[in-house]
Write a protein that binds this ligand. Structure first.
Ligand code: NDP
Ligand code: GDR
Length: 323
């Protein structure tokens, strides 16, 4: 039986990846950091099937101990301070988690067992102010936030450990991927939840930032398969994972409101709210995943429309239950 360790097991992607690996017959371990309240909603249904280990990206010995306990064949590093907006408020902490945390984990692998295969969650935010469209593995990075800068460091330290120590380490450069399990501060979930609440009369307005930025939005459940496929290849390398289609925040909004039968959606929206505007914006992302398609045989299964409808319907169910 193969064994996998997923860092950030309480997060969106980890919950889908854990399901995926359990279906493949893996023994799955996941790390959580200590908090004063339990934060396991996304993996509640998996509690009896996975083993939780305490581990924090700030704490080197907790990472080594997690590896010694789980004895994994594969490590998926999904833990990070992942919210771009917060990275301007907590730039140093973001660097500690999202950048240096990866070095700590790679060091633990190098010392404990350098045969462990390693997946790093790289991001399309590394492309930032894009120099080429669509963006592919060779596109130059120009990050626009402390988060994006931290992910560039994390990306290159992963490449460096592959080149320096021969560790089987891969970076998946994933474009935005969403789901009903997305954190509520990210724009897609903020919209799906807001639209559900507005349609039920529980909320009057939805306050957002910029509506023009475009993102290449896919479904998280589809993307975790690409993570796994990368670690099954004969040679370690890096892959862009994306749908190849992009839409603006405005388009997302329009479709979300349409799902609940509201056409005059503009009257519910307050846009350009200063507290949701970013000091430097990423205006336009669209990925070219042809390398992943060719080498991994991976392609997305869920369309933009299906994604938006899935999220709005899931939030409607939640909001109907919560009085
Ligand atoms: P989430 O924000 O949902 O999950 C992040 C996880 O990291 C949580 O479990 C969180 O724990 C954990 N974490 C945060 N800080 C630490 C720390 N210091 N030590 C240990 N664990 C920590 O992110 P996603 O699932 O959306 O994303 C997974 C990864 O992929 C992240 O690295 C993200 O940056 C990256 N990524 C995501 C994309 C997306 O569109 N979703 C696209 C490209 C990359 P807690 O629950 O305690 O906060
Ligand atoms: P992003 O996702 O920054 O792309 O990072 P987010 O959903 O936060 O923003 C997408 C775009 O929407 C605009 N926007 C708003 N965003 C938020 N959060 N809240 C608002 O009210 C709002 N109004 C407009 C933003 O300005 C932006 O242009 C996500 C994260 O998952 C990262 O961890 C990951 O690496 C990247 O995707 C790829």
């Amino acid at each position: 039986m193969k064994r996998a360790l997923i860092t950030g097991i309480t997060g969106q992607d980890a919950s889908y990846l854990a399901e995926f690996l359990l279906n493949k017959g893996y023994k799955v371990y996941g790390t959580t950091r200590r908090s004063s309240t339990i934060n396991n909603e996304r993996i509640e249904h998996l509690q009896d099937k996975i083993t939780i280990i305490q581990g924090d990206l700030l704490d080197q010995s907790s990472l080594s101990s997690a590896l010694l306990e789980a004895e994994p064949d594969e490590v998926y590093n999904l833990a990070a301070q992942s919210f771009v907006q917060t990275s301007w408020n907590q730039p140093v902490l973001t660097g500690e988690f999202t950048a240096l945390g990866v070095t700590r984990l790679l060091e633990a692998i190098r010392v404990v067992n350098p045969k462990i295969k390693f997946y790093q969650a790289s991001s399309s935010e590394m492309f930032g102010k894009v120099t080429e469209t669509p963006q592919k593995e060779t596109t130059r990075f120009h990050p626009r936030s402390p988060y994006g800068v931290a992910k560039v460091y994390a990306h290159y330290i992963t490449v460096n450990y592959r080149e320096s120590f021969g560790i089987f380490a891969c970076c998946g450069i994933l474009f935005n991927h969403e789901s009903p399990r997305r954190g509520i501060e990210f724009v897609t979930r903020k919209i799906s939840r807001g639209v559900a609440r507005i349609s039920l009369g529980k909320q009057k307005k939805l306050e957002l930032g910029a509506l023009e930025p475009k993102r290449d939005w896919g479904f998280a459940g589809d993307y975790v398969e690409a993570m796994w496929l990368m670690l099954q290849q004969p040679v370690a390398s890096d892959f862009v994972v994306a749908t190849g289609e992009n839409h603006s925040v405005r388009e997302f909004l329009k479709l979300a409101f349409k799902t609940v039968g509201i056409d005059d959606w503009n009257r519910y929206i307050i846009s350009n709210n200063p507290s949701h505007m970013r000091p430097a914006e990423v205006d336009y992302l669209i990925g070219d995943a042809s390398r992943a398609r060719k080498i991994l045989g991976w392609r997305p299964k869920t369309s933009f429309k299906e994604l938006v409808e899935m999220m709005v319907k899931a939030d409607l169910e939640i909001e109907k239950k919560e009085k």
